[in-house]
Design a protein around this ligand. Structure first.
Ligand SMILES: O=C(O)[C@H](O)COP(=O)(O)O
Length: 312
């Protein structure tokens, strides 16, 4: 029987399904320092983003000679040392499709939130303050949305923003992207300097470091609205804060932070920041789709048919 450890990110229904298919599911969260030891007797591991699967954990797991598969419940693989795992013949697979729509919807929600003072109104109204004359925002219709990273999520954001009347410009390291004829592909510098709203949708790679520092912020339009729903480490928070304080950046929506879950309180308390605690993929629909995708990955990997008739 195959032992599958699920520390996070797999629904109850899918856990039962895997059990009925004959897998031994250990459904329990282990802290990183406990994980290596447990993994010695495990064939596959399912993690979300809380565990950091380092070389040390992989080395310890390898002593058991069983671990063959690590599934990331979600998209970002920055919490797993993928290269090292693969060097040790451990397959690493993520679930890139399930959360696209949810992240895109949150992005659209935040674009409207920061352009209409919804975030700060929520706070000041509760203090009994009626700031009607102060909170004069802008329409997003006719404004330019710059997208850095035109993958699944970038495209889903573009489609929604376009239908709301925004003009879309984008840059992607892969160049012009398929299905993007209605949008304008341009250089990174042009996206930085020509956008009224700027949103980033690329993975974080340690070797590349920050995408946005003072240098990039200086190139942006005065009064730009900035959204980061990708990875906190792509943006230098200190430079972002400076940009907000000196007015270069009108407002920012942030779902991700440099050192999660430790947050820079000056940044999240900033009146022109709308912070959320990395909830881009946190919808019932996204998590259900991700769980289904994981069942398919595991059954396929271990040579079973996920459609086998089982009564749940
Ligand atoms: O990489 C992802 O899938 C998203 O950032 C969501 O991450 P989470 O699974 O930790 O919510």
């Amino acid at each position: 029987m195959f032992n599958i450890l699920v520390t996070e990110g797999l629904g109850e229904y899918e856990i039962n399904k895997l059990r009925l298919l004959g897998f031994n599911i250990i459904d329990r969260y282990y802290e990183d320092h406990e994980l290596g030891k447990v993994l010695k007797v495990v064939d596959a591991l399912v993690v979300r983003s809380k565990n950091k699967i380092t070389r040390k954990i992989i080395d310890e797991a390898c002593e058991g000679k069983r671990l063959k598969l690590i599934v990331r419940s979600g998209v970002g693989l920055d919490n797993i040392d993928v290269k090292y795992a693969e060097d040790k013949d451990i397959t690493v697979i993520n679930t890139p499709n399930g959360s696209t729509r949810s992240v895109a919807e949150l992005t659209i929600g935040q674009i409207i939130t920061i352009s209409r003072f919804i975030n700060i109104s929520n706070i000041t109204m509760r203090e009994g303050i009626w700031n009607k004359n102060k909170y004069v925002g802008i329409e997003i219709y006719g404004k330019t949305l710059g997208i850095i990273g035109m993958g699944r999520i970038g495209k889903a954001v573009a489609e929604r923003a376009y239908s709301l009347g925004m003009r879309i410009i984008y840059n992607d390291i892969l160049g012009e992207m398929e299905g993007c004829n209605k949008y304008m592909y341009t250089t990174l510098d042009e996206v930085l300097s020509a956008s009224d709203f700027l949103t980033i949708h690329i993975p974080y790679e340690k070797e590349k470091g920050y995408l946005i520092t003072k240098k990039e912020i200086d190139k942006m339009k005065d009064g730009v609205y900035f959204i980061n729903h990708a990875r906190g480490k792509l943006v230098c928070e200190l430079d972002l804060l400076t940009g907000l304080n000196n007015g270069k950046i009108e407002a920012a929506a942030l779902d991700v932070f440099e050192d999660e879950p430790n947050i820079n309180m000056e940044l999240v308390n900033h009146p022109r920041v709308s912070p959320t605690p990395h909830i881009g993929a946190s919808t019932f629909e996204a998590q259900n789709r991700i769980s289904e995708e994981i069942v398919n990955i595991i059954t396929e990997y271990f040579g079973l048919d996920s459609n086998t008739d089982i009564a749940l």
